[in-house]
Ligand binder design. Sequence first.
Ligand SMILES: Nc1ncnc2c1ncn2[C@@H]1O[C@H](COP(=O)(O)OP(=O)(O)OP(=O)(O)O)[C@@H](O)[C@H]1O
Ligand SMILES: [Mg+2]
Length: 274
Amino acid sequence: MKLTKKISNGLCSTRNLAYRYQGKIQLKGGSNVALNLFKKSAKKLDDYSLKHGVGLVAYDDPSSVISEQFNTIRTNIQFSSIDKELHSILFTSSAPSEGKSTVSNNVAVSWAKQDKRVILIDADLRRPTIHKTFNVSNKSGLSNFLLGTASLEEVIQPTMIENLFVITSGPTAPNPSELLSSKKIQKLFQILTTKYDFMILDAPPVNSVTDAQILATKVDGVILVVPQKIADKTGVTHAKKALEIVHANVLGAVMNRMAKDKMKGYYGGQYGGY
Ligand SMILES: Nc1ncnc2c1ncn2[C@@H]1O[C@H](COP(=O)(O)OP(=O)(O)OP(=O)(O)O)[C@@H](O)[C@H]1O
Ligand SMILES: [Mg+2]
């Protein structure tokens, strides 16, 4: 039996671009992603966010419909785990440029605006964007801390948003997977989850490198970002399996770039079972 919780959707406009957006989370056991979500369109690696960061609509335009959708995603992530409170959440996707940073960063903002203390970590040591998005230095970040060349205090940076702190990627390291599997990162996560209400990881894609699989085992829950008509169905299935192999707690998927006509009936946080 397939079970789905629809989480949210919205019309999104960011500081640089206007786009249509819909977020939706499928809970465990749910796999009823409509086939048309996977129709392929031309896919290319998008380097825009590498240079300029991602659009922070939840900050720039908090009363917009799309910000409301990020709030709904936030709320439904919180309620997606009945047995265990979630304090650490990793966002990933099957392939690059599918919206991991956009969704994770905006959900982090949404949490911070709820007066929750949030630490957002750029765990994508290969294609980092958080320093660009929040306009902070990337001289000292996660890679420095893991290499032992910077202390925790040195790598945590405040942002323009109250309650929201970031750890940027730090300079590119030659061995990201090794760094991310070190014992030091486990200790780091333990400390951060006691100091902050939520720890959010912006991770690399599952099917490209092992980093996300490694990190997924160290957090309370994992969210897959799946862009409509861009994500490849086989790729998404593979990513889900890869996460399950390492016993990651896959909470569900946020459907990104949904067409407007697919958004009907979402308002009011409607839940549905299929
Ligand atoms: N719903 C959307 N509609 C239109 N553009 C979007 C949407 N979501 C993300 N984008 C754009 O797609 C590009 C890639 O987004 P983003 O950087 O968030 O993806 P990513 O998965 O983090 O990429 P990477 O694999 O490089 O880390 C960015 O230019 C972003 O602005
Ligand atoms: Mg990214």
